[in-house]
Design a protein around this ligand. Structure first.
Ligand SMILES: [Zn+2]
Length: 159
């Protein structure tokens, strides 16, 4: 969506000033333009989310999609909380599987149970060594990815 610069300036009904830019001039309200651009951005974000490739599998597993409420809640987090939430939900963190894929560790196995690969899904849903903590903070010994999605952003920060 490209708009010529002459359309982007504020336009008032009572204005007596001459329009700037190439003729013919078309009056566009700044607020209307901002709303349209905002809607366009939300649609583009949704389209990109739906078109994510397989490399963002873990993010799709735990995040239902773009949401204004989720964004507002995320903006209340400090840097440490933001990093923890983003890392856990996307798999880009210091969990062993990720470090193993980067070639920084020799084994991707969980440091708590040592049975399965240490992934966000394993830590948040399946690890038996973390079952009591999961029950204390999230209300259940074992969870499904849908349960994590329904917790909302930051619900798993306690774990
Ligand atoms: Zn484990």
């Amino acid at each position: 969506m490209f708009l010529p610069i002459c359309l982007i300036r504020s336009y008032s009904i009572c204005t007596t000033s001459q329009p700037l830019g190439p003729e013919p001039a078309l009056g566009v309200y700044r607020r209307d333009l901002q709303m349209r651009l905002g809607r366009w951005l939300v649609n583009q974000h949704g389209a990109q989310w739906r078109g994510l490739c397989d490399t963002q599998r873990q993010a799709h597993e735990f995040i239902s999609g773009p949401s204004l409420g989720t964004r507002a809640k995320f903006m209340t987090f400090n840097r440490t909380q933001s990093r923890a939430v983003t890392g856990l939900l996307t798999g880009r963190n210091t969990l062993r599987r990720h470090l193993y894929l980067l070639g920084l560790l020799d084994s991707p196995l969980c440091r708590k149970c040592g049975v399965e690969e240490e992934t966000p899904a394993h830590i948040l849903c399946e690890c038996e060594a973390l079952a009591s903590l999961r029950h204390a903070y999230l209300g259940s010994f074992f969870l499904e990815p849908e349960d994590i999605r329904s917790l909302g952003l930051g619900g798993h920060l306690e774990l």
